[in-house]
Ligand binder design. Structure first.
Ligand code: SF4
Ligand code: SF4
Length: 149
């Protein structure tokens, strides 16, 4: 009896398509809904930091001063919270995993400021400096007035 089962299984397998794929010779097809990795459209990022604050594993770091967005892929659990909270919708979960490696590393993307953004930043900085100078001058004047009383 066992020999018939074996023969029928063998014949079936001989004439059916293989269940394996020819990866890496052929690109892998990820099943629908599979979780992959986070990508960013860095030029759309406004460095608000909401993704960093919402990430449950602390995988994202946003540096507003340096205009950078960094992800440690080994810490990311592909939960997708960051993609949901991003006000600019510039984070996406894309299929595919990272190339296997022997080291933990993070990936940093830098937002390159446009001329308009540079001008806005310079204006904001100048405004801030002027406000500080005005506040200091006011304080000095108040101190001077107190002294003369
Ligand atoms: S998918 Fe989840 S774990 Fe990964 S970076 Fe976004 S919030 Fe963090
Ligand atoms: S939430 Fe979006 S816009 Fe804000 S820092 Fe993260 S990626 Fe950039």
């Amino acid at each position: 009896m066992a020999i018939f089962t074996f023969a029928s299984t063998m014949l079936k397998q001989l004439f059916s398509k293989p269940v394996t794929t020819k990866y890496p010779a052929e690109p892998i097809q990820y099943p629908e809904g599979s979780r992959g990795h986070i990508d960013i459209d860095i030029q759309d990022c406004i460095r608000c930091g909401l993704c960093m604050m919402s990430c449950p594993t602390g995988a994202i770091k946003v540096d507003k001063a340096k205009n950078t967005w960094t992800i440690n892929r080994f810490d990311c659990i592909q939960c997708g919270y960051c993609t949901q909270c991003c006000p600019k919708k510039c984070l996406h979960i894309n299929p595919g995993y990272q190339t296997p490696g022997d080291k933990k590393y993070s990936i940093t993307e830098e937002h390159i400021l446009t001329e308009e953004e540079k001008q806005k930043a310079a204006e904001a900085e100048a405004k801030k400096k002027a406000a500080i100078a005005a506040a200091m001058a006011k304080k000095a004047a108040e101190a001077e007035a107190k002294k003369s009383e």
